[in-house]
Structures are given as structure tokens and as C-alpha cells.
Design a protein around this ligand. Structure first.
Ligand SMILES: C[S@@+](CC[C@H](N)C(=O)[O-])C[C@H]1O[C@@H](n2cnc3c(N)ncnc32)[C@H](O)[C@@H]1O
Length: 338
């Protein structure tokens, strides 16, 4: 490749990043959704309906037009098909990519500075950008709930058994509570308790459960996974993308707690990105993002885990486990039964 070819290639990649940056501004300010509802509007009318500053919205409309999210007729803007797909409510929405583009830029900047000292500030780094935190839960839900409902649930026998027995499901590090909502929709006999460290996530989880009339069966509390006391043993304890957040603290105590808080025959189901044993596979397109994220996880005091490490922790707690792999082997669901 010549230097000119390389510049062309990187310019195209930079434009893709800019396109997601513009989308992010529209997503978090409800501009795609508002314009969808209006159908067609001047930037001033859009700003008025979205309760935003008209001068900012005017500049955003020009940029969103440049990146093909909007078409224009005179001064009247409307969404293009890509703009429609960026709406958080759209089926199979592109919203998670827009949110991720800003989150990764923020985390890259933090990693760049922190590398000089080795400091690892922890989870609160996610809350440093006021517009990002409220979109963390919706991003994860849009990204992973379809995979869970359509692929993982049917393939992992533990879920059919949980449906049959009902009881209590506990979700440690529950985010916006999408997982317990999905389980409660499947099984009318199931109650749920979700715990998360961020109050923002808990407020969203409570509101979303209430919207689906699940508020009487699903409870969400802000707290620390390490300090949770259950009133009764659980039929299912789940951790989705949460184990790597608490792994470096005290794995042995955590796994002993999981076992001790299960009913006989109860399940622990742990879903984690599957860090590969072989570095060479990180170059595969589906794994590059995981390699980047592992650096940003380090900032938060975490690192990704290989499925066999999770199995070893179960074995140390006296439980045998089974690994189910999904999404080209990038997602591991590790199931253990008491
Ligand atoms: C990657 S998110 C996954 C959220 C959710 N399980 C999902 O799948 O969408 C990890 C979650 O674990 C929570 N978390 C991390 N450490 C925690 C702790 N010690 N106590 C409670 N929650 C914690 C974070 O606040 C975050 O919401």
C-alpha cells in the first residue's frame, strides 16, 4: 500500500467515526425520534419539539444531512432510512454503535492518561460523561437482549427448567434490568431481584419493569454485589457481563457466596465475553472490539476472562459447570447447578 492509499483508508475510517459521533448527538437528544414523529420539519421546529437550542440543532441538521441521516426539501428535513434505523425505538436499532463510539473515545482518552501512572479509577469512569451513563443500559439491552431471547434461551436447558419451577431469580450487576424482564415475560411464576452499583441503572430498571406491568414481581436495588444478603435462597443467580467487574476483588469468596445462596438444584448462569486462549484470533474482525474493550476494562479495574478460568472458579467452590459458546465463540454462557 502506498502512503496515499493508507491516507485514503484512514480518512474513510475517520469519516465512519464522525458519522457515529453525529448520530450520538442525535440519539441522546431524541432528535431522530422527534423528527420521526414530526415527519418533516425545519431545524427550528425540530429544536422546538425536542426542547433544544435552535442554533445547535441547525448545525446538527447540516451535519446529519452531510452524513446521510437526513434529507432536505427546501428547509424541511426528514429522516433517511439510515436516520430511521438510528432511532432507539427502531427494530434492530443502530443506536448501540453510536453510543459505543463515544464511550470508547472517552475510555481511550482515560486509558492514554492513566497508563502513565497505572491508576485504575474503577466503575465511576463510566459516569464521567453525563450524556453517556443514561444510555449504557439501553445500549446493552439493544445489543444483547435479542441474542439472549432468540439464541441463548432456547439453547441452554437451564432456562426451560427455571421456567418450569419459577421461584426467585437474582441478577448481580443487572444494568437496566432487561434480563429479569425477559425471564419474567417467559415465566409468570418467577420473581426477580436485581442489584447494580449505579443508581441511574436502578431507576431505569424500576421504570421499565413498571411499564411492562412487572413491577410487583421484579425488584431492583442499588448496592454492591460483594455486600448482598438474600432473604431466601435463589433458584437462579445470573451475572451478565458482570463477573469480570468483580473478579479481581475476591473470586473465591464470591463463588462460595453463589453456591451458598442457591436452592438445591438451583442454577448459576454466568454470561461473559469469551477471552480467547490464543492471541492470534484477536485479529479476527469479530474479536477486535473485544481486544480494545479489554484495555478499557483495565481502566475500570477489570479484565476479560477465559471460559476455563470461570470453570476453575466453580470447581474450587465445589460445583461442576458447562460452557455454551455463542456468536462465533465470542460469548460464553457458563452454567453450574448446585
Ligand atoms: C457491563 S454491565 C452489564 C449490565 C447488565 N448485566 C447487562 O447485561 O446489560 C456491568 C454491570 O455491573 C455493575 N457492577 C459492577 N460491579 C458491581 C458491584 N460491585 N456491585 C454492583 N454492581 C456492579 C455495573 O454497574 C454495570 O451495570
Amino acid at each position: 500500500m502506498t502512503a496515499a492509499d493508507l491516507k485514503t483508508q484512514f480518512r474513510q475510517q475517520a469519516q465512519a467515526a464522525l458519522s457515529l459521533n453525529i448520530a450520538y448527538i442525535g440519539v441522546v437528544n431524541g432528535l431522530f425520534s422527534t423528527l420521526h414523529n414530526l415527519g418533516c420539519a425545519s431545524s427550528a421546529a425540530l429544536a422546538d419539539a425536542a426542547k433544544l437550542d435552535p442554533a445547535y440543532v441547525q448545525r446538527w441538521c447540516d451535519a446529519a444531512y452531510a452524513f446521510d441521516y437526513l434529507d432536505v426539501d427546501g428547509e424541511a428535513f426528514r429522516l433517511t432510512p439510515i436516520g430511521e434505523a438510528m432511532r432507539p425505538e427502531a427494530p434492530d436499532t443502530l443506536m448501540p454503535m453510536a453510543v459505543q463510539s463515544i464511550l470508547t473515545a472517552h475510555m481511550a482518552e482515560r486509558a492514554a492518561g492513566l497508563m502513565r501512572t497505572g491508576e485504575r479509577p474503577g466503575e465511576q469512569v463510566l459516569a464521567e460523561r453525563e450524556t453517556v451513563l443514561p444510555w449504557f443500559g439501553p445500549m446493552l439491552e439493544a445489543h444483547f437482549a435479542p441474542l439472549f431471547e432468540h439464541t441463548i434461551c432456547p439453547a441452554v436447558p437451564a432456562f426451560a427448567e427455571v421456567d418450569a419451577r419459577g421461584g426467585l431469580a437474582v441478577d448481580l450487576g443487572c444494568g437496566n434490568g432487561w434480563y429479569l424482564r425477559a425471564l419474567a415475560r417467559r415465566c409468570g411464576k418467577l420473581r426477580g431481584l436485581g442489584i447494580d452499583g449505579f443508581q441511574e441503572n436502578i431507576i431505569q430498571a424500576q421504570a421499565l419493569a413498571a411499564q411492562e406491568d412487572l413491577g410487583a414481581r421484579l425488584h431492583f436495588i442499588q448496592g454492591d454485589i460483594h455486600a448482598l444478603t438474600l432473604d431466601e435462597p435463589a433458584d437462579l443467580i445470573a451475572m451478565n457481563r458482570a463477573l469480570h467487574h468483580v473478579w479481581e476483588k475476591d473470586t473465591q469468596t464470591l463463588f462460595a457466596w453463589l453456591r451458598a445462596n442457591l436452592k438445591p438444584d438451583g442454577y448459576v448462569v454466568i454470561w461473559e465475553p469469551a477471552w480467547p486462549a490464543d492471541r492470534a484470533v484477536l485479529r479476527e474482525p469479530s474479536r477486535k472490539g473485544m481486544a480494545f474493550q479489554n484495555l478499557t476494562e483495565h481502566v475500570q479495574g477489570n479484565h476479560f476472562l477465559r471460559p476455563d478460568e470461570i470453570q476453575a472458579a466453580f470447581a474450587q467452590a465445589g460445583m461442576t459447570s458447562q460452557v455454551h459458546l455463542f456468536a462465533q465463540g465470542n460469548e460464553a454462557v457458563v452454567v453450574a447447578q448446585r
